[in-house]
Design a protein. Structure first.
Length: 260
């Protein structure tokens, strides 16, 4: 039942409610929320119990990443030319780093990455196309890539579309989530409460692995630390996070339940 608490000075109040107080959600969505207890402690605490201050910020961001998420030797994921490549983009950083992901049986495999120092979006897109000339691409990434620069009328995504001849329908973009939401969804895919891993990277993706191992919170704030000698960190993991958030946010999980 919803509760209302007034501060000691009587000036402010907090209304706390959960999904149980929402008469507009259906039974499938309730089951989804309740199932989070077996998936992820943070998701369950926030989305099911409604305790939004539960996140503790300190140390490594991607705590669920381990050597078990790295594929090498005969276990490496082999690119399938008959399946779409999910191209994950981030912009306005040097070096520019993009991740390439394919999905198989509900599991995401980061099988390659494309990086470039002192480069631009056009050059980066051409580099991807050179490596995968016959690839079928779905594009995900930083929503700010839709902004037009003062030097031209084309956005970063306009440039990718033109260089790689990608249809409008193959761009999957939505406003960037708050960083804590993005990070926790990635952690959930890396390893959930039941120790199931649904996000892996090949060992040749050294920038991805470095990010997952080293990115930390900035001075205990809700921001990635991009300072110091490792100021190249966080960019490719952010790009991956935009993809993961688009595909697996709680809202998208609910849609999948409703379609069944």
């Amino acid at each position: 039942m919803a509760t209302f608490k007034v501060s000691p000075d009587g000036e402010t109040g907090i209304l706390h409610s959960t999904y149980k107080d929402n008469i507009f959600i259906d039974s499938d969505y309730k089951k989804l929320l309740e199932s989070l207890i077996d998936e992820d402690d943070y998701f369950y605490t926030v989305y099911t119990l409604g305790e939004w201050s539960a996140l503790k910020l300190s140390g490594r961001i991607y705590k669920k990443f381990s050597d078990y998420n790295i594929l090498s030797g005969e276990n490496k994921y082999i690119y399938n030319p008959n399946e779409a490549i999910n191209l994950c983009c981030d912009f306005n950083y040097d070096p520019m780093k993009w991740a390439l992901i394919q999905q198989k049986n509900g599991i995401d495999y980061i099988f390659d990455e494309v990086t470039g120092r002192d480069t631009d979006t056009e050059t980066q897109a051409k580099k991807v196309l050179e490596k995968y000339p016959d690839g079928m691409f779905n594009v995900y990434g930083d929503y700010s890539g839709l902004n037009r620069s003062t030097r031209g009328r084309a956005t970063d995504y306009d440039i990718i579309k033109q260089v790689m001849n990608i249809r409008d329908d193959d761009f999957y973009l939505k406003p960037n989530p708050i960083i804590t939401t993005r990070v926790n969804i990635v952690n959930w895919r890396l390893c959930n409460k039941s120790q199931l891993r649904k996000l892996f990277t090949n060992d040749n993706c050294e920038h991805t692995i470095k990010d997952f191992r080293r990115v930390t919170w900035y001075k205990n704030k809700k921001a990635e630390d991009q300072t110091g000698k490792d100021n190249e960190l966080s960019h490719i993991s952010s790009a991956i996070g935009y993809y993961i958030n688009y595909r697996y946010s709680l809202k998208e999980k609910a849609k999948a339940v409703w379609r069944n």
